[in-house]
Write a protein that binds this ligand. Structure first.
Ligand code: PLP
Length: 406
């Protein structure tokens, strides 16, 4: 491979561990290696570190520390949230409301529940990628037990009206309804927008450490006091029986440190990401033809830009950018490697060509303006080259314009 530099614009897929986070974690790999369930000094030291991390993660979302369950990541958090709640409901279901733009983990869980007899309503997200409160209201049934809508989307970054949905759930409860809970997947939103679970009015919320400059392997589920969920990992007393298994102390400590730093640096990170994204989008609009920006222009996370390039397969663009040292993704990271059009971009009403030509650029705290310039230079050159070669291309010859059929 011949490239002069590497630019990572895939921070929604994962982030590098912050050196400060690694420093906080290191002692728990070596001299402070105790099992947090052990009674002796080594165990107590590990327990104290887990408790501290629990306070730090709770602090990021305005929760109490005993409302945080540590687990392996966002996918497991979503599984525990939905399965754990649905299995705890007496009498069971059978109705869940969710959106058509959830992360694949949530989609997979709902499909599995559907096979077991649960009914799922998937709300539209319209062209701007935002779910409407009125749709939630009209989808509500007497037997709806759960509403699960993500706080911010992982492909287009759109921020969903969770606070409004939370208010609706509270209203329903105030009028005597007992079995209705709100879950939100905040894996992408955490550390990007301020989150206060009380203000949001959600009952359960999913988090993942590796999107926050901590290593992979830790996540958390916020479960509001009084909400009953059934542990899906059984056979141990850890995490108050909601997640059996020896706690991954180093990862949890790292998650705590990352949550604390994210809270302190949230505004600064957002300002930086927004500035870079605005510069990037303005330059792309000026220098690359036939592009369509996906998602709501304002109501979205500051670091995500999702763009469809007409007449180009997103996968080819991704590979060509990679050859020049630039890392981006098509659809969500989990669906990369398949040529299926992104279900999220399809849910915006885009056709298959635009859905397949969509690329997500996600900026991080250490990206620079010089990197943006480099990416735009490469992007405009590569897009032009691919369009010349592409069978999808609209070939332009003097005074004649036509599309080559494949
Ligand atoms: C919105 C959302 N939910 C859940 C997940 C899954 O998190 P994890 O990778 O920690 O399993 C992701 C990861 O991309 C995500 O973006």
């Amino acid at each position: 491979m011949s490239f002069t530099r590497r630019v990572y614009l895939d921070h929604s897929a994962t982030t590098p561990a912050d050196p400060r986070v690694v420093e906080a974690m290191m002692p728990y790999l070596t001299e402070r290696f105790g099992n947090a369930s052990s009674v002796h000094f080594f165990g107590q030291e590990a327990r104290a570190a887990v408790d501290r991390a629990r306070r730090e993660v709770a602090g990021l979302i305005g929760a109490r520390s005993n409302e945080i369950v540590f687990l392996s990541g966002g996918t497991e958090a979503n599984n525990l949230a939905i399965r754990g709640l649905c299995e705890a409901v007496e009498p069971p279901g059978p109705h869940i409301i969710t959106s058509s733009i959830e992360h694949s983990s949530l989609r997979g869980i709902c499909e599995a529940l559907e096979k077991r007899g649960w009914e799922i309503t998937r709300l539209p997200a319209y062209e701007d990628g935002v779910v409407r409160l009125e749709d939630v209201r009209s989808a509500l049934r007497a037997d709806t037990v759960l509403i699960s809508v993500m706080l911010a989307n992982n492909e287009i970054g759109t921020i969903q009206p969770i606070q409004e949905i939370g208010a609706l759930v509270r209203q329903e409860r105030a009028s005597g309804r007992k079995h209705l809970w709100l879950h939100t997947d905040a894996v992408q939103a955490a550390g990007r927008i301020r989150i206060d679970v009380e203000q949001l009015g959600c009952d359960i919320l999913s988090l993942s450490a590796h999107k926050l400059y901590a290593p992979k392997g830790a996540g958390a589920l916020y479960v509001r006091r009084g909400v009953r969920i059934l542990g899906q990992n059984v056979g141990g007393h850890q995490e108050r029986e909601r997640r059996a298994g020896t706690e991954a102390v180093p990862g949890i400590v790292a998650f705590g440190a990352a949550a604390r730093i994210a809270r302190e640096e949230l505004d600064q990170r957002n300002d930086n990401a927004k500035e870079l994204r605005e510069k990037f989008e303005a330059a792309v609009a000026e220098r690359v033809s036939d592009v369509v920006f996906n998602g709501h222009p304002e109501r979205r996370l500051s670091h995500i830009s999702n763009i469809s390039f007409r007449f180009i397969e997103g996968q080819s663009l991704l590979i060509n950018l990679d050859l020049e040292g630039i890392a981006v993704s098509t659809g969500s990271a989990c669906s990369s490697g398949t040529l299926e059009p992104s279900p999220v971009i399809r849910a915006l009403g885009r056709n298959d060509e635009l859905a397949r030509g969509a690329i997500r650029f996600s900026f991080g705290k250490d990206n620079t303006a010089a990197e943006v310039d480099y990416v735009v230079d490469v992007l405009s050159r590569v897009a032009q080259k691919l369009r010349t070669l592409s069978p999808l291309n609209k070939v332009k010859v003097p005074s004649l314009e036509f599309r080559v059929s494949s």
